[in-house]
Ligand binder design. Structure first.
Ligand code: NDP
Length: 302
């Protein structure tokens, strides 16, 4: 009985790991692992950044190679792929489980996966969907996309999920980066629209603080169209469940451009999207006029 209890306790005890990189994100991750009781070895190029973590119980390695040697699970949160190359140049990766959390392209992630497996490691790539203050705060909704070795993911799932929810998206190491960049690209498109809206009211008797909640709730209300777009793409038919058709929306384009002109606002953030809408309609007004906006995707990637 005592034996069983102690077995259970040891199985449940937080696994040790190594973290390379103590920038804003790495420091947040380190704090979450320490708070969850994981024995943690850290390394950072600028050693002073490790001091507060050492005071909280982290072991500080003098070199990246030494940090890699300390634990099977090695998480990398450096600036970019070049810094990963540089930091790990002299490290022996044989038998290590490398989890690379830098933001990269799918192609870079795949190349890094081949590089790591060629050096005897298992490899998992990650795309962090959070900013540092969200790390270790489940109610803030942080998560990380993971792709690559599923074995590695399952084995270390508990440790990986301590700072942020862990979502495995496939064996192709490039997938986490693809999801990550897809979501962030959509965010930048949305932020471009927000910038244009604030520019329109600038200098008028509109307090930007009054516009802000209206913008937030309007954008939230409009996100229902995202699921409809996905359904139309899968169906290969862009006319299903259309609420505001392309012909009507293209007819409204001059209003947006003239308003920008009246307000002295450059339309440069809006015009690329409007041009795609107009091209789609012009290609076959009778057929495409009754569609949703989904047809613009055909121009971006036929
Ligand atoms: P920071 O700029 O705060 O930190 C960069 C880290 O990389 C530091 O530890 C720095 O070391 C190290 N570094 C840079 N160049 C080298 C090099 N040539 N050799 C060794 N170490 C190097 O970045 P973050 O911590 O914010 O970001 C880390 C990763 O997390 C990035 O890929 C980022 O895209 C991703 N990420 C960040 C988010 C954020 O909001 N911060 C959100 C989602 C993902 P030193 O201290 O010595 O300069």
């Amino acid at each position: 009985m005592t034996q069983n209890l102690s077995d259970t306790a040891s199985k449940a005890s937080p696994a040790p790991l190594t973290l390379l990189g103590l920038g804003a994100m790495g420091t947040a991750l380190a704090g979450a692992w320490l708070a969850a009781g994981h024995p943690l070895t850290v390394w950072n190029r600028t050693a002073a950044r490790a001091e507060p973590l050492a005071a909280r119980g982290a072991v500080v390695a003098a070199t990246a190679a030494e940090a890699v040697a300390a634990n099977r699970l090695v998480v990398v949160c450096l600036l970019d792929d070049d810094s990963v190359e540089e930091a790990l140049a002299g490290a022996d990766l044989t038998g290590r489980d490398v989890v690379n959390l830098i933001t990269s392209t799918p192609g870079t992630a795949r190349a890094r996966a081949a590089w790591a497996t060629g050096r005897g490691a298992r490899y998992l790539d990650g795309g962090i969907m959070a900013v540092p203050p969200m790390i270790g705060v489940p109610q803030a909704g942080p998560y990380v996309f993971y792709s690559g070795s599923q074995e590695l993911f399952e084995e270390h799932r508990a440790a990986l999920a301590a700072p942020a929810d862990a979502r495995y998206v496939g064996a192709d190491a490039g997938l986490a980066a693809l999801y990550d960049v897809a979501l962030l690209s959509a965010m930048y498109g949305m932020l471009g629209g927000v910038a244009h809206a604030f520019a329109l009211v600038r200098g008028e008797s509109v307090d930007p603080r009054a516009l802000a909640p209206l913008l937030s709730s309007w954008l939230s209300a409009m996100t229902g169209s995202v699921a409809a777009t996905a359904e139309q793409l899968v169906a290969g038919d862009y006319t299903g469940g259309v609420v505001s058709n392309l012909a009507m929306q293209v007819a409204g384009v001059p209003t947006f451009l003239r308003t920008a002109e009246e307000q002295g606002v450059s339309p440069e953030l809006l015009t690329p999207y409007f041009e795609l809408m107009q091209r789609r309609l012009a290609a076959d007004p009778a057929r495409h006029g009754v569609e949703d906006l989904t047809g613009v995707i055909d121009f971006l990637r036929p």
